[in-house]
Design a protein around this ligand. Structure first.
Ligand SMILES: O=c1ccn([C@H]2C[C@H](O)[C@@H](COP(=O)(O)O)O2)c(=O)[nH]1
Ligand SMILES: [Zn+2]
Length: 160
């Protein structure tokens, strides 16, 4: 019997883990997941956007607009930062980060400082925002490559 031919690629597999992680997010507007992979194609960290451990999910706001302190923005911990902080390895040098949304400037700084060398993303919906432009400038300066996921499987179904 011949081997299966419709298996998913490594990129699809790791982005699939990132997307699955995003399904844990409680953000009603934008759910982001991230998956860090080392040079041996082993997953060393995953994360999603959410409030810090100990912050009550029911008390913190998920608003996007209004007084800054009454929005989610000062409190939410981004998927990429959570993946880095959750990592099982203290050394992320040369790793690739798969993420649903192009990293913001704060995450870009953490990615660079951690030694991650490649970012694979799904959506760049905030490409025109200054913080995304700053991320790309920093990645270009520091040799962190980035590319949009190329896929042959537009959807992956998980059933239980
Ligand atoms: O690099 C990033 C940028 C954003 N996020 C998170 C932070 C928020 O929970 C959402 C963005 O919310 P909007 O309502 O789309 O402004 O995405 C992230 O995890 N990583
Ligand atoms: Zn961020």
């Amino acid at each position: 019997m011949a081997k299966r031919e419709d298996y998913i690629s490594w990129d699809e597999y790791f982005m699939g883990v990132a997307v699955l992680s995003s399904m844990r997010s409680k953000d009603p507007h934008t759910q982001v997941g991230a998956c860090i992979v080392n040079s041996e194609k082993k997953i060393v960290g995953v994360g999603y956007n959410g409030f810090p451990i100990g912050c009550n999910d029911d008390e913190v706001p998920w608003e996007r607009e209004g007084e800054w302190l009454d929005t989610k923005y000062p409190y939410v911990c981004h998927a990429e930062l959570n993946a880095i902080l959750n990592s099982i390895s203290s050394n992320l040098k040369g790793c690739t980060l798969y993420v649903g949304l192009f990293p913001c400037n704060e995450c870009a700084k953490a990615i660079i400082q951690a030694g991650i060398k490649e970012v694979v993303y799904l959506s760049d919906k905030y490409a025109e925002a200054d913080n995304t432009k700053a991320s790309k400038w920093m990645f270009d300066q520091t040799g962190v490559s980035y590319r949009k996921l190329a896929f042959t499987h537009p959807s992956i179904t998980i059933g239980f």
